[in-house]
Design a protein around this ligand. Structure first.
Ligand code: ADP
Ligand code: MG
Length: 323
């Protein structure tokens, strides 16, 4: 049972960045308007995520760390129309199985908050604690009890960069949430949370990129497309600044990438690629989000409407950008 638990944990928790992704998504699901992420040593020894969301009731705290404990899906029907980010009820259980976790949380309705400590999946402490409304989770010594996994971790700087990339995407997919990232005590990101995508793009990429943006706002066959593309003159040497989001979730989509680059064909230098931050909105039923625990690859029932919307939306924006 214990070994099975560790294997299951490995499915969700591959590296520090996957922990941060799950914890920040939980914070956003809990209605937080501000989330602070702090890491040390690439997150391997220390990760802390603080939010001002709903908090967790004392009676629900231990339950939250059980596998398949989720407050977010109640029936098979819900599974078809998932709108929250988390839904498998595996993240907290998996993280706690392979690290030392300390949680501080308080709901609006409670006078006393809760401090909960769980090591390698085993509860150690559950006690009263004074704290603000919301939740703070500290994760220490990831994979301390799974040396084989520990061996696969890269250098601190590589793990920290992976976390930074995840947080960039979260900032870009949730402009309404103020996201702050402290990397070894240095502020590496601070998005304002004013709800404007442009502000989030500015926080992530800086003024240089933001000054050369063409806005995109388009709809075709029930697919909405909005965001920003780079001017053809601001083409990049690689695809690291191509970001696609579907229904608020970062995705890797070859179809969207090909459509973007096709639309730029002829207006961009050979060997260079456009940058973009593009959001797509389509009916939940048309996206299969229940594909993989890490939920990055999303399957579409039909790729053509995605291609068409991106291609024509980007073409239209480029033409308007010309005039
Ligand atoms: P899931 O997000 O798939 O439901 P998790 O294991 O990530 O599963 O979390 C388990 C449960 O713990 C959530 O359903 C939620 O009720 C609660 N929870 C986790 N993190 C937070 C948070 N930051 N604020 C409030 N509740 C939380
Ligand atoms: Mg979750």
């Amino acid at each position: 049972k214990h070994v099975a638990e560790l294997i299951a944990a490995g499915e969700v928790v591959e590296r520090p960045a996957s922990v941060i992704k799950e914890l920040v998504e939980n914070a956003i699901d809990a209605g937080a308007s501000a989330v602070t992420v702090e890491i040390k040593n690439g997150g391997i020894t220390y990760m802390r995520v603080t939010d001002n969301g709903s908090g967790i009731f004392r009676d629900d705290v231990a339950v939250s760390f059980l596998r398949h404990a989720t407050s977010k899906v109640h029936s098979q029907d819900d599974l078809d129309t998932i709108s929250t980010l988390g839904f498998r009820g595996e993240a907290l259980a998996s993280i706690a199985a392979v690290s030392h976790v300390e949680l501080l949380t308080r709901t609006q309705d409670e006078l006393a908050g809760t401090r909960y400590v769980i090591d390698g999946g085993v509860e150690q402490i559950c006690e009263d604690a004074g704290c603000a409304q919301g939740t703070t989770i500290v994760v220490r010594d990831l994979f301390y009890n799974t040396p084989a996994r520990m061996k696969f971790l890269k250098k601190d700087v590589v793990e920290a960069n992976a976390i930074a990339a995840i947080l960039d995407r979260i900032a870009l997919s949730h402009p309404e949430v103020s996201l702050r990232f402290l990397r070894d005590s240095r502020e590496a990101l601070h998005s304002p949370g004013d709800g404007k995508l442009k502000s989030a793009v500015y926080a992530v990429y800086g003024r240089e990129f933001t000054s050369g943006l063409i806005p995109v706002d388009y709809e075709l066959n029930g697919v909405k497309l909005w965001g920003f593309i780079s001017k053809p003159s601001a083409a990049r040497p690689n695809r690291s600044m191509q970001q696609f989001f579907i229904n608020g979730r970062y995705i890797k989509s070859r179809t969207a990438m090909v459509a973007l680059e096709e639309a730029f064909k002829g207006s961009i230098m050979v060997g260079k690629v456009p940058a973009c931050v593009l959001h797509l909105k389509i009916a939940f039923q048309a996206v299969d989000v229940n594909v993989h625990p890490t939920k990055i690859e999303v399957r579409f029932m039909n790729e053509k409407p995605i291609f068409d919307a991106v291609y024509h939306g980007v073409k239209t924006a480029l033409n308007q950008g010309d005039t």
